[in-house]
Ligand binder design. Structure first.
Ligand code: ADP
Length: 374
């Protein structure tokens, strides 16, 4: 058994000014340092350093190539992975993830992370296919809204009314297993894209004063990959990892089938803005409070994971459904990318600063990756 350290990566993406911002914004709140992909200066005197900084000129391809492809490669080797898109409403989370209705209805060169990932995943899997190698891909798509879960692949079942019978349990490897959630099997890009589209259409959206189409929910799109490799008893062409559920489906003196399971969560978090800014009242205010509870709990988990002295003690995963669902994707063996999205407008500077401070907490996490080579 070998062990190596792997950090959570934090990327910050600053979107272009919107037409509205161009009219009201006096100055950009953000300064970029030429030829420096890691530093950013906010409000003239607040420097921040991240693993990646994407200025408004960065393309979807730039983001995908530099920070997502490395995760795809690890996912193919059996590592659980998560991308969390964080930021205020309107900052570019859904655009970057590529799970907004515009994106899933019209494939284009501007596709975000998820459609690109789906394409690359199936090309990589098909290129490995052989008499000794096969795979199975399943997908689930959940929405967390006011601490209520909605199964977006089964949108008639809404937990807040009918009760989504979601059970979350932890197996002996520390994997979080969800049951009661629809997991659909897909065999190609078109089928997987079809389910992404179906869930995106079903996703609950509600308008606020901030953005009439903003989603007030967290969306969790998950791809579960099972790989099967027949190999002779002394070969180890697929790594076994403690994060995955491995069984020898069949074995004989000459050969055995190894099974490797990994999952990838794409999480489009609800807007991080403070409630008073949205002028929300009534149900909308309740939504805002609940959304902030989830983000607060996520921030506390991230902070606890980054604190070396607390690593072995209590990590408050159980403080919200969001953190409980993502438990094995934050810390432990997972590969985690936080994509913090922000506006460059000076009118949004307070929210941008809050986003960068939140993202800064995530940089302290050091995950231990344990590779179990049998
Ligand atoms: P959020 O999901 O954070 O609420 P959106 O992804 O819906 O925000 O983005 C708000 C608006 O800004 C959308 O019209 C989107 O197309 C646009 N936008 C966001 N990021 C970019 C970008 N990097 N380049 C061009 N347009 C962007």
């Amino acid at each position: 058994m070998t062990a190596s350290a792997s950090s959570v990566r934090v990327a910050v993406r600053i979107r272009p000014l919107t037409e509205n911002e161009k009219q009201h914004c006096q100055n950009s709140a953000i300064a970029f340092i030429p030829d420096n992909q890691q530093q950013i200066i906010v409000g003239g005197d607040r420097p921040f350093t991240f693993d990646y900084v994407y200025p408004p000129t960065s393309s979807q391809q730039d983001v995908y190539n530099s920070c997502v492809i490395p995760l795809l490669n690890k996912f193919m080797k059996g590592y659980n992975s998560t991308i969390l898109a964080y930021g205020q409403t309107g900052s570019g989370k859904t655009y970057s993830m590529g799970i907004g209705l515009d994106s899933v209805m019209n494939a284009s060169a501007n596709d975000g992370i998820v459609p690109r990932f789906i394409d690359s995943l199936f090309s990589s899997l098909e290129s490995k296919r052989s008499p000794n190698y096969s795979f199975q891909v399943c997908v689930s798509f959940l929405e967390l809204h006011n601490e209520d879960l909605v199964d977006l692949l089964c949108p008639n079942v809404r937990s807040r009314k009918e009760g989504l019978n979601l059970m979350i349990r932890e197996d002996s490897h520390g994997n979080i297993c969800w049951s009661g959630v629809r997991e659909e099997s897909v065999s190609n890009t078109a089928e997987l894209t079809g389910l992404l589209r179906k869930g995106s259409i079903a996703r609950t959206t509600a308008s606020t004063d901030m953005n009439s189409t903003s989603s007030r929910s967290h969306a969790i799109f998950s791809i579960i990959l099972k790989q099967f490799q027949v190999e002779s008893a002394d070969e180890t062409t697929i790594e076994n990892t403690t994060l995955s559920d491995q069984t020898n489906a069949s074995s004989s003196a000459a050969q055995q089938t190894k099974r490797l399971v990994s999952k990838f969560h794409f999480v489009d978090l609800a807007g991080s803005e403070r409630l008073k800014r949205t002028n929300a009242v009534g149900d909308r205010a309740k939504e805002g409070i609940s959304i902030n509870t989830g983000l607060l709990a996520l921030g506390n988990v991230i902070s606890a994971l980054g604190d070396e002295s607390r690593r072995v003690s209590h990590i408050p995963y159980r403080d919200s459904k969001l953190t409980r669902l993502l438990q094995d994707s934050l810390g432990g063996n997972s590969q985690t990318l936080m994509l913090a999205c922000a506006s460059p407008a000076d009118t949004n500077m307070t929210e941008t600063l809050n986003t960068l401070k939140y993202a800064n907490r995530a940089r302290n996490i050091r995950n231990r990756v344990v590779i179990n080579q049998e």
